[in-house]
Structures are given as structure tokens and as C-alpha cells.
Write a protein that binds this ligand. Structure first.
Ligand code: NAD
Length: 524
């Protein structure tokens, strides 16, 4: 029978899941030395955050198939070493969604009914009834920023309170929004109409400082803002300044720019409720995490693929070597599309031709989906979970193949439907160099890398010159340029490789130019 080590204290319901399938060794106080010495006996290990599964441990783990984290963060596991050694790493990101959503509701009520401050007042011997006039939540507008696992749970709960919900999440499709019964609005509108605003996005370069002075001043006078996501999404200095100036505005925070929060002027304000990053801390979340990961360990022992795999030791090395340049091509074509379309993708169609059609398409499609999904989601999307995450998010993925790859060994053609538009890009690998063959079926034929620009324009005399002039004005040197068109005077596409980045300002300038209707800067 397979042996599984439970190296940290996990909820007993998790252990029960494994009973009968594996011999379970419960050693929640195991030392690093003991772990290193005994790890080779086990096929599975379950940890929380105490046990460090280091590279050394992994290299000694000759029989290990799966490392399971009964929780979310995997900082204590060397995921790269696990991947290199063909060991799956799984976690349970969904285990805390309801718990965090409930905490957000708790903060909301605490502020709308001034519960925390009223509690402090009564405990200090006062009876200040008139000071604590509240706000009913019924018929108020809840603005949800980020409609992933937690955001969706908050919506369900807010609806039970008869709140009207608006959502800002540029990465969910209209269909997903419709199924959840919410109205998608622009970011600015959400800020202006919300009586309560709650943040459930990952911390990314895009969301860092998403809420600062500008937004806080635009909020309604009596509004409430909540952050149970990650510190840094709201600029804390700005928040303090605005809350001090506008005492009717209120904030509830569970997460901070620097944790633990030691000294902050926010601690001096009455219109703030602060909790010490406990939104995910409930017994139920811990129990669910234990059950979810134990089920995955059981699946691996039974030879099945578990659901929350964080790494990808799946392709055999021979196939991998053959596919390696095409992984790179898929990744880069994906990056171009991510940077040239909006993220509201409803359909992705990929056609493989030549030597990579057949068995290779599956891992390549997954690689492509990773490029689209990773920049916008909290949990890493990997080759194993990419397709199911795309499905959950309402992105329709279709794959086709053809043996005819023209003059190339193999080609990959990707079409993306987004908003009500479509964009297609086709590429290949030639002499180990990545090459764009066409964009929107206009022939291009250009090796690519680094800094680029993609321009769609009307093919009239002088237009190319105007593009060159604008770039020249901004001291941007064109290294190489290819244009594609189907007929004289019709629509044409230009791809330029440049030595300096085409900044937003240059993009706007080009967009203002006559006969140019699409300009995107690409950085690979
Ligand atoms: P998720 O990945 O399921 O959802 C994130 C959502 O944010 C996605 O729908 C995505 O499309 C959207 N998004 C990404 N970038 C965006 C942007 N710029 N603008 C608007 N929407 C954007 O994540 P989740 O599990 O719901 O977690 C949400 C947040 O909660 C994360 O920051 C996570 O780290 C945090 N969290 C906090 C605690 C806690 O203890 N306080 C516990 C668990 C999770």
C-alpha cells in the first residue's frame, strides 16, 4: 500500500478521505532532519505552512508523486524542484472563497451599522445611541472589483441582502456575467455609483495602487470601501488622507501594504475597521482545504490527474525536445495577442499544421491558454489546469489541425474573438528563429522579438511615410518593417521592429493620424 506522510496538523476529515487508500503516517511535529531521512518512503506528503519541502528534501524523495499543500500559498514548497523531479504540487485555492466572502460581508455590516465603534463605546461605559445612526444595505449598490472565486461568492451573499450589484472585471465574458446576474460597468462608473465597494482582484502591476486619491474623492459621501484581497491595491497614505477629510466615508481592511501592520495613522480613525489578515481563517476553510488536497493525493495514488496541479511534469522528454521551439512560439504569439486585443476573450481558435499536428497540439494549446489567463488570475494557471480554467471563465477553445504546412515544417495559427472583434496571427519557427507569417491573413513574414508595433491602416500613398514621421519625431528607430495588404487602396497591416519602445503617447499620436485605425505597441 502507498504511504502518505501528513507532516503538519491538518483537519481529521482530510485524513479520513485517505483511509483505506494509503497507509497514513501522521507526524505533525516532524523535524527537517527526520523529513530528509525518511521522505524516500512516501508517495505523497501533505503539509500546511510549517514543513518546508526544500530542494534537498525533494531530491531525496525517490518515490514521491505528489506534494499537497492544505491551503493556498506554496512559499514553503520548492515548486521548481518538484517540477524538475516530476512531482505534482497541488493546493486548495477554492477552500477559502466562502470564508473570505463572509469576512467581507462582516466588514460591510460592521461599517454600515457602526458595530465595531459602537462596541468600543459601550465597553467604555458610554451609551451614545444617536451617534451610531446606520445605513441599511437593502437597495444599495454594491460594486465588486474582480469577479473570480471570492467576488462571485460575495455577489451571492449581497443578493440575499437585496443589494444591487455592479461589477468591474474586464476579463470576464458577458455570458459569465449574465449567468451570475450582475451588471458589468466601467471602473469609473463603479467608483461613482457604489454605496459599498469591495475588492477581490490579485495584486498585479495593473492592480497595484488601483484605488488612490482620485478614486477615493469620487466615491459617494457615505460610501464604504473594503479590501480583503491584498495590501497595496488601495494606496494606504491616500486612504488615510481622504478618510480624515471625509468622516462619512468608511473603510474596512483585512490586508495591508506592510504586514503585520505595526503603526499606521489608519489606527487613529473612527471610520475604519481593521482586521489582522484573518479573512481566510476559519475552521471550515481549514477542513475543506484538508479534504480537497487529500482527495487529490488519493487521485494520484490511483493513477488519476488531480484538479489543482500547480506544475507541469507531463510531456515526455523526447516530445518536449521536439516541441521546445514551438512552446516558445506559442508563448510569444500568445503574448502578442494579449497585448493587441482586450482581455475580454470569448473564443480562441488554434490551428496546427505540419509536424506539430497530432499529439503535440494538446500541450501547446495549454501553453497558449496560460499566456492569456496568468496575467489576470490569482492562482497560477498551468498546463494541467489551463483548459478547465478557460472553460470556467466562459472562453470557448477550439483546436484544429492540417497536415499542409506550406513551405514550413509546421505552423500555428491563432484567432481570438474579443468584444465584437477578431484578430488572427500565424507563426512558425525557421532556422531556430520565431517568425510571424501573417496577421489577419495579410502576409507578413518577419522574424520577431523584443519591441514591436502593429499598425492597421488604409493603403493610400503617404500613409507609411506618416507613420515613419511620427516615430521619427519621437526618436524611435525602425529596425525592420513588413507590410501586408490584399489590394491596393484597401486595408493593410504593418509590423515594425523598433529599437525604442513605442510609448502610449506615440500610440495616441499615431491613432490621431489620418487613415490609421489600429495601433498597438508590443513588448516581448
Ligand atoms: P481569482 O483569481 O479567482 O479572481 C480574481 C479576479 O480578478 C478574476 O476574475 C480576474 O479576472 C479579476 N481581475 C484581474 N485583474 C483585474 C483588474 N485589473 N481589474 C479587475 N478585475 C481583475 O482570485 P480569488 O481567489 O477570488 O482571490 C481574490 C483576491 O483575494 C486575491 O488577491 C487573493 O490573494 C485574495 N485572498 C485574500 C485572502 C485573505 O486572507 N484576506 C484569502 C484568500 C484570497
Amino acid at each position: 500500500m502507498s504511504k502518505v506522510l501528513v507532516a503538519d496538523k491538518i483537519n481529521e476529515k482530510g485524513v479520513e478521505v485517505l483511509e483505506g487508500s494509503a497507509e497514513i503516517v501522521n507526524n505533525p511535529t516532524i523535524t527537517p532532519e527526520e523529513l530528509l531521512e525518511t521522505i524516500d518512503q512516501y508517495e505523497g506528503i501533505i503539509v500546511r505552512s510549517r514543513t518546508k519541502v526544500t530542494k534537498e528534501v525533494i531530491e531525496n524523495a525517490k518515490n514521491l508523486k505528489i506534494i499537497a499543500r492544505a491551503g493556498v500559498g506554496v512559499d514553503n514548497i520548492d515548486v521548481q524542484a518538484a517540477t524538475d523531479n516530476g512531482i505534482l504540487v497541488v493546493n486548495a485555492p477554492q477552500s477559502t472563497s466562502i470564508t473570505v466572502a463572509e469576512h467581507a460581508m462582516g466588514l460591510m455590516l460592521s461599517l454600515s451599522r457602526k458595530i465595531a465603534i459602537a462596541d468600543a463605546s459601550v465597553k467604555s461605559g458610554k451609551w451614545e445611541k444617536s451617534k451610531f445612526m446606520g445605513m441599511e444595505l437593502k437597495n444599495k449598490i454594491l460594486g465588486v472589483i474582480g469577479m473570480g472565486r471570492i467576488g462571485s461568492e460575495v455577489v451571492k451573499r449581497a443578493k440575499a441582502f437585496e443589494m444591487d450589484v455592479v461589477v468591474y472585471d474586464p476579463y470576464i465574458s458577458d455570458e459569465v456575467a449574465k449567468n451570475l446576474g450582475v451588471e458589468i460597468v466601467e471602473f469609473e462608473k463603479l467608483i461613482e455609483v457604489s454605496d459599498v465597494m469591495t475588492i477581490h482582484v490579485p495584486l498585479t502591476p495593473e492592480t497595484k495602487g488601483l484605488i488612490s486619491k482620485d478614486q477615493l474623492y469620487k466615491m459617494k459621501d457615505h460610501a464604504i470601501i473594503l479590501n480583503c484581497a491584498r495590501g497595496g491595491i488601495i494606496n494606504e497614505d491616500d486612504l488615510y488622507e481622504v478618510l480624515k477629510e471625509r468622516p462619512e466615508l468608511k473603510a474596512g481592511l483585512d490586508v495591508y501594504e506592510n504586514e503585520p501592520l505595526k503603526e499606521s495613522p489608519l489606527q487613529t480613525l473612527d471610520n475604519v475597521v481593521l482586521t489582522p489578515h484573518i479573512a481566510a481563517s476559519t475552521k471550515e476553510a481549514q477542513r475543506d482545504a484538508a479534504i480537497i488536497v487529500a482527495k487529490q493525493v488519493k487521485e494520484v495514488i490511483n493513477g488519476e490527474t488531480p484538479s489543482n496541479v500547480l506544475n507541469m511534469p507531463i510531456v515526455d522528454s523526447e516530445t518536449f525536445q521536439k516541441l521546445k521551439p514551438y512552446f516558445k512560439l506559442t508563448e510569444k504569439l500568445g503574448q502578442i495577442l494579449v497585448q493587441t486585443t482586450t482581455a475580454n476573450i470569448s473564443e480562441l481558435n488554434i490551428v496546427y499544421s505540419g509536424e506539430i499536428s497530432g499529439r503535440a497540439k494538446e500541450p501547446l494549446t495549454r501553453e497558449l491558454l496560460k499566456e492569456f489567463l496568468n496575467p489576470i488570475l490569482t492562482e497560477p494557471v498551468n498546463s494541467v489546469n489551463a483548459k478547465s480554467v478557460a472553460k470556467q471563465r466562459g472562453v470557448k477553445v477550439t483546436e484544429g489541425e492540417t497536415e499542409d504546412s506550406g513551405k514550413y515544417d509546421a505552423t500555428i495559427k491563432i484567432s481570438v474573438k474579443y468584444d465584437d472583434k477578431e484578430m488572427t496571427i500565424e507563426g512558425t519557427v525557421e532556422n531556430n528563429e520565431l517568425k510571424i507569417i501573417s496577421i489577419d491573413d495579410y502576409d507578413i513574414n518577419l522574424t520577431f522579438e523584443g519591441l514591436m508595433g502593429i499598425v492597421k491602416y488604409t493603403d493610400l500613398p503617404g500613409t507609411i511615410g506618416k507613420i515613419g514621421n511620427v516615430l521619427g519625431d519621437y526618436k524611435i528607430n525602425i529596425a525592420e518593417m513588413k507590410v501586408g495588404r490584399k489590394s491596393e487602396g484597401g486595408e493593410a497591416v504593418m509590423v515594425i521592429k523598433v529599437d525604442q519602445e513605442i510609448t502610449e503617447e506615440v500610440v495616441s499620436k499615431l491613432e490621431e493620424t489620418e487613415y490609421i485605425d489600429f495601433v498597438k505597441s508590443v513588448k516581448l
